[in-house]
Ligand binder design. Structure first.
Ligand SMILES: *Cc1c(COP(=O)(O)O)cnc(C)c1O
Length: 371
């Protein structure tokens, strides 16, 4: 049955676009790709996008937290999985049992991890994170060196990787990134001289992968780009990338409202003459923000949202859509006919970034996968 007959609102995720983007990243960078599928695959649905990325040749999956990694394993994914965020020692056993490669950046976590690995009877795999200027998580270079030296004497812990993260790679001005890269390169040199260089070195998120060949190392951690979304206004993806997600709904009511009537909570919009008003079943409970300047696509052109966005519904002004009828497809994000509303456009209206727009699409929106 067609999606429009069975869902009030849904997101279509084009898995071929995901595969295309992974292949494009491989060609562009010439190194392995770690597919970043945290936060439900940036709202696209973690499991299908992870599988598509691996089918396209991604070498690794990356998540932020151990439970996300467990979900990948329970779905049968066998590729290496890196947990990029901090982990609780209570979860070490889970991580080792599910072959998850956690991030290590605190000396104090080494001994508890060693003990759990010894009791599980299988080495823990870790990526050591070094701080170069993001100032989030990471050990300062001196401490990171001591960690690597310590770990070299601990057979229960295997160092699979070494990485850092840049704070301003998505900006035109590269001063900060140049400095971070330099710090990381110096650290790598010391590590290599000490015979401690692990198998996989990685530093680049999407913006870095696209703009800085010297920071690609052995692998790039590609999140936003694998979904076909631009890293920022200043760092754009080449044309070969394709956005994967389209968010759709349908007109569920069309009515005539006489002049001087208020629309929705607070009557913030008042009809100036007799107006055609439509209702779409999408609201802030779906991740469609309660701001004043929303618009959607109907019949391939823009229709303004009027009045307050409610939790589950909002209203459209349809005076320039004389043929609009109940059941017509409405696109909130993506292409319809000749027009296209990009996640970047929505982000600009909401005064945020495209990442937050797709991550914010609620769990109650069914994701339908185009293969
Ligand atoms: C989320 C994340 C990424 C992915 O960043 P994108 O800009 O989406 O490519 C890479 N590395 C780390 C450490 C992250 O947390």
């Amino acid at each position: 049955m067609s999606l429009i007959a069975t869902n009030l609102t849904w997101a279509e995720v084009d898995l071929n676009a995901i595969k295309n983007n992974i292949r494009t990243l491989q060609e562009l960078t010439g190194v392995d790709v770690m597919a970043v599928v945290k936060a439900n695959g940036y709202g696209h649905g973690m499991l299908p996008v992870a599988k598509a990325a691996l089918e396209a040749g991604a070498a690794y999956c990356a998540v932020a937290r151990i439970p996300e990694g467990i979900e990948l394993r329970e779905a049968g994914i066998q590729a290496p999985v890196h947990v990029m965020g901090p982990s609780l020692s209570h979860r070490f056993r889970d991580a080792i049992q599910h072959h998850l490669e956690i991030t290590l950046f605190q000396m104090e976590q080494i001994e508890p991890l060693r003990q759990v690995a010894a009791s599980v009877g299988r080495p823990a795999r870790v990526h050591v994170k070094v701080e170069t200027g993001m100032n989030r998580i990471g050990a300062d270079p001196d401490d990171a060196l001591v960690m690597l030296q310590t770990l070299a004497g601990i057979p229960e812990i295997e160092v699979a990787g070494l990485f850092t993260h840049y704070a301003r790679a998505d900006e035109e001005d590269t001063t900060t990134t140049d400095r971070q890269e330099e710090t990381f390169l110096q650290f790598l040199q010391t590590v290599t001289e000490n015979g401690l260089r692990p198998k996989v070195i990685h530093a680049g998120n999407s913006a870095t992968a696209v703009t800085r060949p010297a920071s690609r190392f052995d692998m790039v951690r590609a999140g936003v780009s694998m979904y076909g979304l631009h890293p920022s206004r200043e760092v754009r993806l080449p044309r070969d990338f394709k956005p994967a997600l389209t968010w759709k709904t349908q007109l569920r009511h069309v009515h005539h409202i006489k002049a001087g009537e208020g629309i929705s909570y607070g009557h913030r919009y008042v009809t100036s003459g007799e107006e055609r008003i439509g209702v779409i079943p999408v609201g802030y409970g779906d991740g469609w923000r309660r701001t004043d300047e929303n618009e959607v696509l109907l019949h391939g052109k823009r229709a303004p949202v009027v009045g307050r966005v409610c939790m589950d519904q909002c209203m459209l002004q349809l005076d320039s859509f004389p043929g609009a009828a109940v059941g017509d497809e409405v696109v909130l994000l993506g292409r319809q006919g000749a027009d296209h509303i990009a996640a970047e456009d929505v982000a600009a209206r909401w005064n945020t970034i495209n990442y937050e727009v797709t991550c914010g699409i609620s769990a109650r929106i069914p994701r339908e996968y185009l293969r």
